[in-house]
Design a protein around this ligand. Structure first.
Ligand SMILES: [Zn+2]
Length: 133
C-alpha cells in the first residue's frame, strides 16, 4: 500500500460533502462558496450513507472498464439529509431497483494501478430490502 493511500483512506470510505457554517446548507460534492448565502466559511462534512432512490436508469452500454457490470444501473439518490447524489447501484436484483427503495452506500474497488499497487475505491449504493416484521 502506498503512503498516499493510507493518508487518504478516510476519504475513500466516506462520502465527504460540505456544509456552510453560516446557513447550514449542505451539498455534495464539496463546495468552496455557499450557493445559498455566498459564504466562504465552509467545512467538510460526512454525508449520510443511507437514502432513497428517487430516479434511476438502466444502461446496457458500458463505460470503458465496466463491461462486466452490465446492465449497469445508475441511480439518483436522495440522502437522509436531502442531498442528492448520483451513483451506480450494485449488488441488487434488478427487480428490487425501484423508485423510493431504501439504499445504503457500499465502497468498492474501482481500479488498481498495477505499478504502484494502489487501489482506488469509490462509493456505490445497494438496495436495502424491506425487512420482514
Ligand atoms: Zn450558506
Amino acid at each position: 500500500m502506498s503512503v498516499s493511500y493510507w493518508r487518504n483512506r478516510d476519504r475513500y470510505f466516506r462520502i465527504i460533502g460540505s456544509v456552510c457554517n453560516s446557513c447550514n446548507y449542505e451539498s455534495f460534492p464539496n463546495f468552496y462558496k455557499c450557493k445559498k448565502c455566498n459564504s466562504e466559511d465552509i467545512s467538510d462534512k460526512q454525508m449520510p450513507h443511507k437514502g432513497k432512490l428517487i430516479s434511476y436508469t438502466l444502461s446496457s452500454e458500458s463505460m470503458p472498464g465496466f463491461e462486466k457490470e452490465l446492465p449497469m444501473s445508475i441511480g439518483l439518490i436522495r440522502l437522509d439529509n436531502n442531498v442528492n447524489i448520483v451513483a451506480q447501484i450494485v449488488d441488487s436484483d434488478i427487480d428490487d431497483i425501484k423508485i423510493n427503495a431504501n439504499v445504503k452506500a457500499v465502497f468498492r474497488k474501482i481500479s488498481s494501478d498495477g505499478d504502484s499497487g494502489q487501489i482506488y475505491y469509490g462509493y456505490k449504493f445497494k438496495i436495502i430490502k424491506n425487512v420482514k416484521k
